[in-house]
Design a protein. Structure first.
Length: 464
């Protein structure tokens, strides 16, 4: 077996192996020589990509999917206690490992960069993975989204750098010991696990406390939550804090962001010297993500001019303002945005690139708890579009909450002056959009659920 394969993971079984975080860990283990198996609720291109790496993937959840010779069962926080494979693991005495512990074990002995923050983790992690790979450093990485093909969210590299998306939603990022930690921002989200901003701050402080002695924290200067964390950890022994942003006193100062269609040109001042590079995705938010990636790479000793040039190789990640196609003069773009800050950032980015074109949004709220807490802000964000279609809430792992529906968002959007159409039947959306769209329009399918499936359907309907 390749070096770095923990003994307990020689024959892992993943419950929910097709998930973004779980599939990446499974792929790396398979590449390191493990006999990977697992199950998922439905078949997918991700599952097929794992099979191509030698993994056994069962569809559906059943006790007999768990082989008696499994050395551990890997789960995420989304797996319910009554899962039959989890119950079978208890009967057989097979250890159960949280995915964060599995990922932490894969980082052991390497130089990890852990990317945390309420928005932009997947993009920033992807930018680092692509640029470090372009420089021939062959990093290992685990990302919460696919770069260019199903299963491209993870890689076992021969280099000594491991880039990981560090999920704060369930506090699992406390398990990592990075050499460089990035905090992009900190806002109240993940309401099932955090009741207040104080809890968010304490959680991030714990994460920063895991940075290895002599390590670096890269933190956004202009974001209030991130700045508060930087203030709280200032002066910690063995920790170097590097700030980035547009303020004059930022350590890595962004002096200019120039939109160029669906790309941006960014100029930063680093160690007193200007450095200009291209970011191949539009918008100020993504430019800031690229600068965070630049600062992190420099903290690992990579020459800034080399890394800046390599960042231009990044062309996006699936579901992050991903162009799905064009039909009848209408472009369809997919956005993973599901928090008001993300929604606003993506809509402003598209507005900057769209010129006089109309922007039509198909929005699917994600989680009842998030809608309950942030539905009004989501509605206000939709006012940035010319017109929106709002679907029912995608429940994911949650049970319905009485009184919490998409109507919260719709009412807030209309109060903000937005043109909103409710649609309870997802299958009808392609026809609805075809009736609204005109040549030159941009259509965004937006949300963290299965709204992404509508892009091809809309394109097909427009073609007809």
């Amino acid at each position: 077996m390749k070096p770095g394969l923990p003994t307990a993971m020689e024959r892992p079984h993943f419950i929910g192996i097709g998930g973004a975080g779980m599939s990446g860990i499974a792929k790396i283990l398979a590449q390191r020589g493990a006999r990977v198996a697992g199950s998922d609720a439905r078949d997918s291109e991700t599952a097929e990509a794992l099979r191509a790496h030698g993994a056994t993937v069962h569809i559906g959840h059943a006790a007999d999917h768990l082989a008696p010779g499994s050395t551990c069962v890997v789960v995420s926080s989304a797996i319910r206690a009554d899962n039959p494979e989890l119950a079978r693991a208890a009967e057989l005495g097979i250890p159960v490992v949280h995915r964060s512990d599995a990922l932490a074990a894969l980082m052991d002995g390497l130089r990890p960069i852990a990317v945390a923050g309420t928005h932009g983790k997947t993009t920033t992690t992807s930018m680092l993975a692509v640029s470090l790979s372009a420089l021939g450093l062959d990093p290992s990485y685990a990302i919460g989204g696919d770069l260019d093909a199903p299963g491209s969210n993870a890689h076992h590299g021969e280099g000594d750098i491991f880039v990981a998306e560090a999920d704060e939603s369930d506090r699992s990022f406390h398990k990592y010991a990075p050499q460089v930690a990035i905090i992009l921002n900190a806002e109240l989200d993940h309401h099932a696990n955090y009741a207040s901003m104080e809890e968010i701050y304490e959680s991030f402080e714990t994460f920063v406390g895991k940075v290895v002695p002599g390590g670096t924290l890269v933190v956004a200067h202009g974001q209030a939550g991130a700045a508060e964390i930087a203030r709280r950890v200032a002066g910690r022994a063995g920790l170097t804090v590097v700030t980035y942003g547009e303020a004059e006193d930022a350590d890595v100062r962004i002096t200019k962001i120039t939109p160029r269609g669906l790309t941006s040109e960014v100029t930063v001042l680093l160690d007193g010297r200007p450095l200009t590079f291209t970011v191949s995705v539009p918008g100020r938010h993504y430019a800031h993500n690229a600068v965070a990636a630049l600062a992190a790479g420099v903290a690992l000793g990579i020459p800034a001019h080399n890394l800046a040039s390599a960042l231009g190789k990044y062309t996006g990640v699936k579901r992050r303002l991903q162009l799905k196609g064009e039909a009848a003069g209408v472009q369809v773009i997919d956005s993973y945005a599901h928090h008001p800050t993300e929604m606003t950032a993506d809509l402003e980015a598209i507005r900057g690139a769209a010129g006089d074109s109309r922007i039509l949004v198909v929005f699917q709220p994600h989680l009842f708890s998030r809608t309950q807490e942030l539905g009004t802000e989501m509605g206000r964000s939709l006012a940035l579009a010319d017109a929106s279609v709002v679907l029912d809430i995608y429940p994911a792992r949650e049970d319905p909450v009485p009184g919490v529906t998409s109507e919260i968002i719709i009412a807030a959007a209309r109060a903000a002056g937005a043109d909103v159409t409710p649609e309870h039947d997802k299958a009808a959306v392609a026809d609805v959009i075809a009736g609204m769209a005109k040549p030159g329009d941009l259509v965004l399918t937006m949300g963290a659920g299965d709204v992404t499936d509508l892009g091809p359907q809309i394109l097909a309907r427009l073609s007809n």
